[in-house]
Design a protein around this ligand. Sequence first.
Ligand SMILES: NC(=O)c1ccc[n+]([C@@H]2O[C@H](COP(=O)([O-])OP(=O)(O)OC[C@H]3O[C@@H](n4cnc5c(N)ncnc54)[C@H](OP(=O)(O)O)[C@@H]3O)[C@@H](O)[C@H]2O)c1
Length: 246
Amino acid sequence: MVGAWLEGRTALVTGAAVRLGRAIALALAERGANVIVHYRSSREEAEAACAELAALGARAWPLQADLASPDQAADLIPRAAELAGPVQVLVNSASIFGPSTLADMTLDQVSANLTVNAWAPLALMRALAAQEIDEGRIVNLLDTRVQGLDLDHAAYILSKHALLQLTRMAAAELAPRITVNAVAPGLILPPPGEDEGYLDALAGSLPLQRHGSAEDVADAVAYLLQAGFVTGQVIFVDGGRHVREE
Ligand SMILES: NC(=O)c1ccc[n+]([C@@H]2O[C@H](COP(=O)([O-])OP(=O)(O)OC[C@H]3O[C@@H](n4cnc5c(N)ncnc54)[C@H](OP(=O)(O)O)[C@@H]3O)[C@@H](O)[C@H]2O)c1
């Protein structure tokens, strides 16, 4: 049955107050999971998301942490487990994003991107595995641009390449108890400050000639969390961008 594995499980979704993280939290609740809605600064949105999940019949808890702090990242699963019991499902969606090039990026930029986008997901994966659970499932959010080099967002894409390799390494190391997969979104939501017109202008360059929705990404995450025989896999939800001829 679709969603059966998620029924009654406890899930932690990072960056779940807004945008893709929120859509993922909703998709998990719709499939019967209880959800810890992690946020950094979007407290009101996290509380609103929890109310929305509760209306679906799920239990939901907002939980704050700054994942730029390795200590807070390491503590997040133990704190979540105190609130909600052992965490069997982890979705690493929180991320920072910004422009930088090989020529101008600073060590601080590289370090900030690696800390939030790769180290924190690793700390969370480790902490999930350290619990006494029989089974666990993890999905990491990458970016379709891991297929290439994205020289305009060098520090960011470097961190997503690191997360791709961490996904594969963790899939190998945490098997058979825990599966680890990834979703690589493409043109889904406009970056802050841009609107739907931004997406429409770029959609024509994709093989499928349109942009995707947050629900497209959430459905892929939910599939991987239900798929017990799939690990180390990446699903590109990108309208075919990763096979586009440049
Ligand atoms: N949107 C897209 O079209 C797209 C495309 C490709 C890849 N992706 C990937 O998909 C994932 C979700 O995308 P999105 O656009 O929804 O992400 P987003 O809006 O850029 O960020 C999601 C959340 O991450 C949290 N965050 C940022 N820095 C943090 C920190 N230091 N500590 C804790 N939380 C922090 C923020 O939470 P607060 O608001 O609470 O501060 C933010 O709301 C990301 O991993 C992104 O790289 C998205």
